[in-house]
Write a protein that binds this ligand. Structure first.
Ligand code: URA
Length: 212
């Protein structure tokens, strides 16, 4: 597993606004969108391409296009949905799969309530969107669903990570697959309720408001 923290002053400044408890939901959603586009720019650096012949108004040339089969982007509902628009700006032709997972607040384990993924992901590059890599349980379950379907190349795009969650993913995935994590910052630790510290609070609640 490889973890890459995106180091860029714009990322740091937007992340600071995102963390601020006074930032309202509408601004929070806009900042997530912008941050995801910046993180995805790096995360898609190894997207597979192939040569294509085109003719410009001046001359023929060999350009580049994304290789088939297209990459698949998988937002983890609920909070990952807030990242889809920012990612789609860079990869508009990607196929979208969905995983719905919520955290059991007592055990902190991931509970799956929706799974809409293609049956066969052999040879597909997959991009998982989940803003908060806390315990890592949600991402471990998601990565396992993708590997069961044949994916071998999984890139996770997150906004914040905790060191405990990164270690849990490393231990769970081992050398079964090539997993890359791209994140705007790795914070200090998880608190006793499994929240990232200093973090930004509950990303789903801040994106969409609280639904009981
Ligand atoms: N999920 C969140 O939304 N925030 C955290 O800090 C941890 C998990």
């Amino acid at each position: 597993m490889r973890t890459q923290v995106i180091e860029h002053p714009l990322v740091d400044a937007k992340l600071t606004m995102l963390r601020d408890e006074n930032t309202p939901s509408a601004v929070f959603r806009q900042l997530v969108d912008e941050l995801v586009t910046l993180i995805s720019y790096e995360a898609t650096r190894e997207v597979q391409t192939e040569p294509v012949e085109i003719v410009t108004p001046v001359a023929p040339m060999t350009g580049t296009k994304l290789t088939e089969p297209r990459p698949i982007v998988v937002p983890i509902l609920r909070a990952g949905l807030g990242m889809l628009e920012g990612m789609s700006k860079l990869l508009p032709s990607a196929e979208i799969g969905f995983l719905g997972m919520k955290r059991d607040e007592t055990t902190l384990e991931a509970v799956t309530y929706a799974n809409r993924l293609p049956d066969n992901l052999s040879g597909r590059q997959t991009y998982v969107l989940d803003p908060m890599l806390a315990t890592g349980h949600t991402l471990i379950a998601s990565i396992n669903y993708l590997l069961e379907r044949g994916a071998r190349d999984v890139t996770c795009i997150c906004i914040l990570a905790a060191p405990e969650g990164l270690k849990n993913i490393q231990d769970a995935v081992g050398d079964r697959a090539e997993v890359n994590i791209f994140v705007a910052a790795v914070d200090d630790h998880l608190n006793e309720r499994g929240y990232i510290v200093p973090g930004l609070g509950d990303a789903g609640d801040r994106l969409y408001g609280v639904v009981d």
